[in-house]
Write a protein of this length. Structure first.
Length: 279
């Protein structure tokens, strides 16, 4: 009889830790497996039920989110040897255009900075600029330390890989002034009152609180969108997707390509310039 127990989930978590998966990856895998267990409501795991669960996911979530959940479940099934239960991911056509209603524009970014400054929130003002001028993930902010600012570069450790990112001279100047005012002598620059690095949920909350004052839609304002803005801006100037992949810490340029996709409006203008129509 195939049933998912707490012991199996715990063993799977231990396995992921030993495989040196990131904290966020482990958290997501365990969450996805737990949701599946809740949906089962005590029933035995079968391929039919797994496919039924997949169908329900498709009705509720975007294809990419469905595939992410399937990936988590398949990893769990492989770990416990239930290879016959594994289910196929959805086939998704490669995205051609980005959704301009979800993209953060440079003008909107500037308004968010103005709002943070007018509210006297210097920490958030500098945090946004740090992500947007370097392209780092919000989870990598903790590597922007007193020592890194002093050197003008930070060594990032993420997903089992190490990379060095350069901190712009102007950013370092602002961060040095902030560090001095805050009395920071070592460690992460962006910390809470108890000295611990800010977590993503708190940063998310702080950003959402700026939306109304900045006149920016809430669904556009989240940390990863600053990373996307960096990528689009860099690529528009340099046209070097391989170098951009290195900066962002991507193993594949296919992942980076998602960050550089242009809006349909831009593509439409480019096509209209071809001059292949006669009226």
């Amino acid at each position: 009889m195939r049933k998912i127990t707490n012991e199996l989930i715990h063993s799977f978590k231990t396995y992921l830790i030993e495989e040196e998966k990131s904290e966020n990856t482990i958290e997501k895998y365990i969450r996805d497996v737990t949701f599946f267990v809740m949906w089962l409501a005590g029933r035995e795991v079968t391929k039919i039920l797994a496919l039924e669960y997949k169908k329900e996911l498709c009705e509720k979530y975007a294809p990419a989110s469905v595939n992410a959940a399937i990936s988590s479940l398949n990893s769990f099934f492989a770990f416990i040897g239930w290879h016959d239960i594994r289910i196929k991911a959805l086939k998704i056509q490669r995205q051609i255009f980005s959704n301009k209603d979800k993209e953060l524009t440079k003008a909107e970014y500037e308004r968010l900075l103005t709002a943070a400054k007018s509210k006297g929130n210097e920490r958030l003002y500098l945090l946004m600029q740090t992500i947007c001028s370097t392209g780092i993930r919000v989870s990598e902010l903790k590597f922007v330390t007193y020592e890194a600012v002093k050197k003008g570069q930070a060594v990032i450790s993420c997903k089992g890989k190490m990379r060095t990112i350069f901190l712009p001279k102007e950013l370092c100047k602002m961060l040095k002034e902030y560090i001095k005012k805050q009395g920071i002598k070592y460690g992460s620059v962006f910390v809470s009152r108890n000295g611990k690095p800010l977590d993503r949920s708190y940063i998310w909350k702080m950003l959402k609180n700026l939306c109304e004052a900045a006149g920016v839609p809430r669904d556009k304002v989240f940390p990863h969108n600053f990373r996307h803005l960096f990528a689009r801006t860099y690529y528009s100037l340099q046209k070097d997707i391989v170098r951009l992949a290195d900066i962002l810490g991507h193993s594949s340029v296919e992942t980076t390509r998602i960050y550089t996709i242009e809006t349909g409006d831009i593509c439409r203008r480019q096509i209209q310039k071809l001059g292949l129509l006669r009226c």
